[in-house]
Design a protein around this ligand. Structure first.
Ligand code: AMP
Length: 353
């Protein structure tokens, strides 16, 4: 450990929270923000990355870092890295002194008929990518380390876990929350980096840390997409060339709805859902839509009329892959929007929805 600390660039050694660094800088007569920013952008650092397998060694590492006043950023993953994972790691690297990434395919969040055993695993390549991005520790526990004989306690999420993806995956979010809470206990992070591609997961974990007084700041990171709009996902590997060509329709349909709301003034969720369904269902073989919902992003309850923040979320099956995507939009509310919606109804002469 001491060796590692001395190897660390001087600027990184002094990097703390923005507040602390600014204070230190002011006292030493330097400008407030410059040294800190330089410090956190000093990546990749190469070499020196640790791979830890036991919860005890990972926790020991965390406590040592905390004693030194270092901010720990944590990126939990199931591995098989793609650009989405890398964006989370880069964000953590730019904001924290120490970056810990976990790679753990969590059996608790897979249903009995799901793809736990064939879920893509690519540890050697993941380790290389993590090293290139200046990760400090990759935590790679075995299943027995996380769920030893006799393990029995689980997080029970409540109603949010039964909505959207929870309809077809009733145990999924309890499994996610259980493992993330355990990992937080082991990694002891200050910040937790989560992808907005899994928006329901972000919403549920935000609720969990609030409800259970978990002292960590959640940092959501925007969805990273391929050029044609398909969100990166480890499960995209399951797609045949033909299926891959159809997959961008999911994001296209989200954009279609977004345009209809923001430019076309549509406020009727049923009309938007029909529009999206029609777009997704064109094609052969069709994508099987599992759900397509316009909901309140706090409660995940369906919205009868669209105003304020609206989450448009969908899941579909395409061959062996189950794909999800979403867009969060701000719908202009108030009288003007209602007026536009009313005019549209009047103009078409039909009742929408
Ligand atoms: P996973 O390995 O699929 O459990 O994902 C690990 C983390 O990466 C989660 O917080 C995901 O939301 C996030 N993630 C997955 N795909 C993307 C993406 N395309 N863009 C941004 N974050 C993502």
């Amino acid at each position: 450990m001491a060796k590692k600390a001395t190897k660390r660039p001087a600027a990184r050694r002094s990097a703390r929270t923005p507040g602390k660094s600014a204070g230190t800088a002011r006292r030493s007569g330097r400008t407030a923000s410059k040294p800190d920013r330089t410090a956190r952008k000093r990546t990749p650092r190469g070499g020196g990355m640790k791979r830890l397998q036991s919860a005890a060694s990972q926790r020991r590492f965390a406590l040592q870092q905390r004693e030194r006043g270092r901010q720990i950023g944590f990126v939990p993953t199931m591995g098989a890295f793609h650009e989405g994972h890398l964006a989370l790691i880069r964000k953590a690297r730019s904001q924290c002194d120490v970056v810990v990434v976990s790679i753990f395919v969590n059996p608790l969040q897979f249903g009995p008929q799901e793809d736990f055993t064939r879920y893509p695993r690519d540890l050697a390549r993941d380790m290389d990518r993590a090293r290139e991005l200046g990760v400090d520790v990759v935590f790679v526990p075995e299943v027995e380390e996380i769920y030893p004989e006799g393990f029995a306690t689980k997080v029970s999420v409540g109603p949010l876990a039964q909505k959207l993806c929870g309809v077809s995956r009733p145990e999924h979010f309890d499994g996610v929350c259980t493992v993330v809470l355990k990992l937080i206990g082991i990694v002891q992070p200050h910040r937790l980096y989560l992808g907005e591609k899994d928006r329901q997961q972000v919403i549920i974990l935000q609720r969990m840390v609030r409800d259970l007084n978990v002292d960590v700041k959640i940092v959501p990171v925007p969805t990273v997409r391929e050029k044609d709009g398909l969100a990166y996902s480890s499960r995209n590997r399951y797609l045949s060339a033909e299926q891959r060509a159809l997959a961008p329709r999911l994001y296209e349909s989200l954009r279609l709805a977004q345009r209809a709301i923001l430019v076309g003034g549509v406020r009727d969720p049923q009309e938007l859902r029909r529009m999206m369904q029609a777009h997704i269902r064109e094609g052969d073989p069709p994508l099987q839509i599992e759900y397509l919902a316009l909901v309140d992003p706090e409660t995940l309850e369906p919205l009868p009329v669209l105003t304020g923040r609206v989450l448009i979320a969908l899941a579909a099956e395409l061959g062996r892959a189950r794909l999800i995507d979403n867009l969060l939009i701000n719908v202009p509310g108030g009288r003007m929007a209602e007026g536009i919606a009313h005019q549209r109804k009047g103009a078409s002469g039909t009742e929408r929805g």
